[in-house]
Write a protein that binds this ligand. Structure first.
Ligand SMILES: *Cc1c(COP(=O)(O)O)cnc(C)c1O
Length: 418
């Protein structure tokens, strides 16, 4: 089979139906359609509106703390260079310069607030008075509860009952911020079920409610608007890289749960075809086991949460539970734009295991004084391999999308039991 010829631009999607190639779209109940269409209309108007952009920029700067720095990870670079010297037996040839885009320094400790800020300003524009969200690990719930507190809007967060137990510090954070956390006991009582419950709430409370989705998935226009709000990561990085090095990086990398931090970094680089782009999924205990969260490596196309994309499913098309040591990567699907970028071959999707992420969590802490979240630790695992294959005058940019303070107890447990 021959590959379709590449499009003139990778940045024009989605089309009018919300599709990226055969992925995306809006597979929702008839009752939800008017809501989705109203949101699309409002978003189209907002993105052309100078006041909206100015307001968002204001809060990103003064509340979120943007721009986040671009940082040359010198000791990690040296580490890769000496490993490459050993492996090749040739000194001074291999080992790219590694840079971090430091989105872990944002308020609330990750990239999620970029998107929540954008969506809550949109909700305000639409005159909505009640915010709902769903959360798995609780990170998106915390970011949503944070912006709701800031703007004085009531916040209801649906969370699988299993996750409520597993993630009690985040449940407490959300409550402290004034949110109501509703445990969901249907299905397996995890993220997938919480998302279904949030959609049900939305249909029932049409007039008052705005649903803040936390990753670049869901029915159109969510994948597009989440991508746009997260693209601030890549846009800043491009400018900062020109300042630091006078050119673009050779490789950019990010970890993938639903794919929002990754698409935010990748999207501004998609048409710079000399830049190689790599997304890293969570391989859990291995993509050849039942316990992983790698939807591209181990899934196939289907429909979930309003869009067509790659999903973890069994032979009957039942959605399978995802597994990762990192709760934030524990999603059985991937945003539809990534599914399309995979099929066009523009972006390469790789994976890293729980074990590899644990190693990187410790290595980065020790070498750089930066405790990374377990999520970007997955991307780091593939980044240090990649850097060792690259020449010394090349540049690799990695999105440090979250900090690891939230993970220290699960890492402590994992290190003790192994
Ligand atoms: C939630 C989260 C992720 C996964 O979500 P994406 O939409 O794939 O970005 C990754 N890293 C961190 C730190 C997170 O909190």
């Amino acid at each position: 089979m021959t590959k379709p010829s590449p499009p003139n631009s990778y940045r024009t999607g989605p089309d009018a139906e919300g599709r990226f190639g055969k992925f995306g779209g809006r597979f929702v109940a008839e009752t939800l359609m008017p809501l989705i269409l109203a949101l699309e209309k409002e978003y189209d108007a907002a993105k052309k509106n100078k006041d909206f952009k100015a307001e968002l920029d204001h809060y990103l700067k003064h509340y979120v703390g943007r721009p986040s720095p671009l940082y040359y990870a010198e000791r990690l670079t040296e580490y890769c260079r000496s490993k490459a010297d050993e492996a090749t037996g040739k000194a001074g040839a291999k080992g790219a310069k590694i840079y971090f885009k430091r989105d872990e320094l944002n308020h609330t400790g990750a990239h999620k607030i970029n998107n929540c800020m954008g969506q809550i300003l949109l909700a305000r524009r639409m005159g909505k008075t009640r915010i709902i969200a769903e959360t798995g690990a609780g990170q998106h719930g915390v970011a949503t509860a944070t912006v709701c507190a800031r703007f004085g809007l009531p916040c209801i967060v649906y969370m699988g009952a299993t996750d409520v137990e597993r993630q009690s510090p985040n449940v407490f954070r959300m409550k402290l911020l004034g949110a109501e956390v509703i445990p969901v006991t249907s299905g397996r009582s995890t993220l997938k079920d919480a998302m279904n419950e949030a959609l049900r709430d939305w249909v029932t409370n049409v007039d008052s409610t705005f649903y803040i989705i936390g990753t670049a998935a869901g029915p159109h226009p969510y994948p597009e608007l989440v991508r746009d709000f997260q693209s601030v990561i890549g846009e800043e990085a491009k400018v900062q890289m020109m300042e630091a090095e006078g050119r673009l990086p050779d490789v950019v990398m990010a970890c993938i749960g639903g794919g929002s931090n990754a698409i935010g970094l990748f999207h501004p680089f998609l048409d710079d075809t000399q830049v190689e782009i790599i997304g890293v999924e969570a391989a859990g205990k291995g993509v050849d086991t039942d316990e992983h969260a790698a939807s591209i490596a181990g899934g196939r196309p289907g429909v979930l949460h309003g869009n067509r994309t790659y999903l973890l499913q069994d032979d009957d098309g039942q959605i399978q539970e995802a597994h990762s040591i990192s709760a934030g990567l524990d999603y059985p699907g991937i945003g539809p734009e990534h599914a399309w970028l995979h099929e066009t071959g523009r972006v390469t999707y790789d994976s890293a295991t729980d074990e590899e992420a644990l190693e990187m969590f410790q290595l980065c802490s020790r070498l750089e004084g930066i405790i990374p979240a377990l999520e970007p630790s997955h991307a780091l695992a593939r980044a240090i391999d990649k850097a060792q294959e690259m020449d010394r005058d090349q540049i690799l940019l990695l999105n440090m999308c979250g900090r690891g303070d939230k993970d220290i107890f699960s890492v402590m447990d994992a290190l003790e039991t192994r």
